[in-house]
Design a protein around this ligand. Sequence first.
Ligand code: PAN
Ligand code: ZN
Length: 189
Amino acid sequence: MGDTTVIPFFVQLDLITGKLSSFSERVVRRLSDLRGLVADEVALRRELEHGDRIVYEVFKINVPPIQGHLFFNVTVIHPGKIGEEYHFTKGHYHMNEQAAEIYIGVQGKGLLLMRSYNNFRVIEMQRGVLAYIPPGWGHRSVNVSHDPFVFLSIYPADAGYDYERIMREGMGKRVFATSNGQGYCIVDD
Ligand code: PAN
Ligand code: ZN
């Protein structure tokens, strides 16, 4: 029997801006949350002297975190760099190795970095791109534009998050601004 404790509901997603009409929780990640994850820790410390700015936010809609339910939420990565490295999410593997995920690009331009052992994939994200993250692939998103990069995520509510493995092993790729500040380059890490 399925879990019937939640009754059907909806929220309105603005397909141009990614703004949700309502959400249950707003998770804020700041510069200081990226300690140990950035290429240039000295640049990070320097930028922290000017304040602990918001790098990205996740607008979550809560449903029970159990098998059968789906989480869906909107991530906004604000434009910016730490040193020459574009703003990115911490990145994670799902604890539940059976859990896949779908990302849908809504606004701005980003990269979805994925890793499974020594296999690496990068998908360019923008409005209308539907990306599939298979079970077992670690994933991180990067904003490579001068506007907010916004995307929707949908995944099993019992997926769980393993951030430690990314801390230990990294994503294997990093994304930097090119010298004219307009483009990006993907570098092995
Ligand atoms: C996304 C991410 C979101 C924030 O909803 O959780 O973009 O990234 P971090 O969780 O790495 O901070 C997702 O992949 N959920 O499974
Ligand atoms: Zn995920």
